[in-house]
Design a protein around this ligand. Structure first.
Ligand code: NAD
Length: 420
């Protein structure tokens, strides 16, 4: 059944959610405060790079529009999905200011509505829906959750770079809710999805998201630590990971050792969970180490670089890959960031290339040189920070290459790998 859906916050998650729900036949209005994003979306142009998103927006042009007018969008829809950002504060705890403003807006509109379902898709810590979001909505609207309006906590597990596939074909859908009417509406929303739908409480749904991200980050930091030892022992960690991966209890996924994890989710979610645990008097010591290992990991590339070039001052160092992983233009917490900072400290001349993320990186590092791959390869040494497929096609012969992402073809150069 076709639904009228508004989406609050049209970033990576909001836009993918909107485009995918339009693809499923729903009528979607995407709301954002960023006028530029809104204009681009209305022209059928995605403001972010994500495989397949361009095609999906163009194909469903009639079913998806964008606006800055939250009031009309929410009023004219039967469901609002909140995809606002939940970034970290300086101390690692979660910043709920975007969420707060968003729910205050919704609360005001709920006053005028008979029934509306509010879906929390943003990643929020256990307890947030029950103790923070519902009280805001109830106080401002003067209405009762579960009786006058519906509320569900529906965490998102998509990966950037594979976001559309992940959204449309998820491993599972988690829905935290407490009233039957909302439960039925959510089941209707996802009726064409061929995966288990798990109904839980709000707090459980929130914790499932954090525990999942924390576990995946742990898996990567684990294999990176093993990889660092393997490197010293002359062992190829990828052979080890492949051997481990055949064990179904372990699985091969997330066992690619390298320069570490980044992105918009793992770093902030792991830190927020650690901070939340502290509030309860518990210490998440494993996760604290997971973060520490990840902070140190990209600097291993500099150690390897120094083995080849002992005095880095004045040397041209090329960086291949600025996005936190391939197939995205997202540079949030990219491992290229600490590496570039260190290279600047070492007074090198940094030359960088990324197929999609250079514009975003320029905002952080306007002074380094951005060039084409050929110019980057013409540096005194090249560091590989992202596993873009096109990096496999370059000619590395005769170049000093320090690889943080296992690009096999780069082995034709004067090559060193971070954990192999
Ligand atoms: P984002 O920063 O890309 O998008 C947030 C959007 O909200 C921006 O476009 C911003 O302009 C807009 N915005 C801010 N205030 C607004 C307001 N008052 N009204 C309307 N729009 C407003 O964030 P994201 O990466 O899409 O993440 C959103 C949430 O989803 C976060 O909680 C994140 O943890 C979670 N999540 C992200 C991913 C991912 O891969 N990016 C995956 C799963 C879950």
């Amino acid at each position: 059944m076709v639904m009228k859906i508004s989406i609050l916050g049209t970033g990576y998650v909001g836009l993918v959610t909107g485009a995918c729900l339009a693809e499923q036949g729903h009528n979607v209005v995407c709301v954002d405060i960023d006028q530029k994003k809104v204009e681009l979306i209305n022209k059928g142009v995605p403001p972010i790079y994500e495989i397949g998103l361009n095609e999906l927006l163009k194909k469903n042009k009639e079913k998806i529009i964008a606006t800055t007018d939250a009031k009309s969008a929410i009023k004219d829809s039967e469901m609002t999905i909140i995809c606002l950002g939940t970034p970290s504060k300086k101390d690692g705890s979660i910043n709920l200011s975007f969420i707060k403003r968003g729910f205050e807006k919704i609360g005001n509109i709920l006053k005028q509505k008979k029934w509306h379902v509010v879906v929390v898709k943003s990643t929020v810590l256990p307890g947030t829906t029950k103790d923070f979001i519902i009280p805001i909505l109830e106080k401002i609207s003067g209405k009762k959750a579960g009786i006058d309006f519906g509320i569900a906590m529906n965490p998102e597990f998509l990966r950037e770079g594979k976001a559309i596939k992940d959204f449309l074909k998820p491993d599972r859908i988690i829905i935290g809710t407490y009233d039957d009417k909302t439960k039925k509406t959510m089941q209707k929303l996802y009726q064409d999805f061929n995966c288990p739908i798990i109904i839980t409480g709000f707090t459980e749904a929130e914790m499932i998201k954090y525990a999942s991200n924390a576990f995946l980050a742990t898996k990567i930091s684990f294999i990176n630590e093993i990889g660092n030892v393997c490197k010293k022992l002359g062992i190829d960690t990828y052979d080890v990971a492949n051997g481990m991966g055949y064990d179904k209890r372990i699985s091969r996924a997330f066992l690619n050792s390298g320069a570490g994890w980044g992105g918009s989710c793992f770093p902030k979610d792991v830190k927020a969970l650690i901070a939340k645990a502290k509030e309860t008097g518990e210490k998440l010591s494993i996760l604290e180490e997971v973060v520490r290992v990840n902070d140190l990991q990209p600097l291993k590339l500099i150690e390897l670089l120094k083995k080849n070039i002992s005095n880095l001052e004045g040397k041209e160092i090329g960086i291949l890959g600025l996005a936190f992983k391939k197939d995205t233009d997202d540079i949030r917490e990219s491992r290229a960031i600490p590496v570039v900072i260190k290279l600047i400290e070492e007074k090198t001349l940094v030359k960088a290339y990324d197929p999609k993320a250079m514009d975003n990186f320029k905002k952080l590092f306007p002074k380094i040189k951005y060039c084409n791959p050929k110019d980057v390869l013409n540096s005194d040494a090249v560091l590989i920070l992202t596993n873009w497929d096109e990096f496999k096609k370059y000619n590395y012969t005769g170049k000093i290459v320090i690889d943080g992402r296992r690009i096999e073809e780069a082995k034709k150069g004067i090559y060193d790998g971070i954990c192999w």
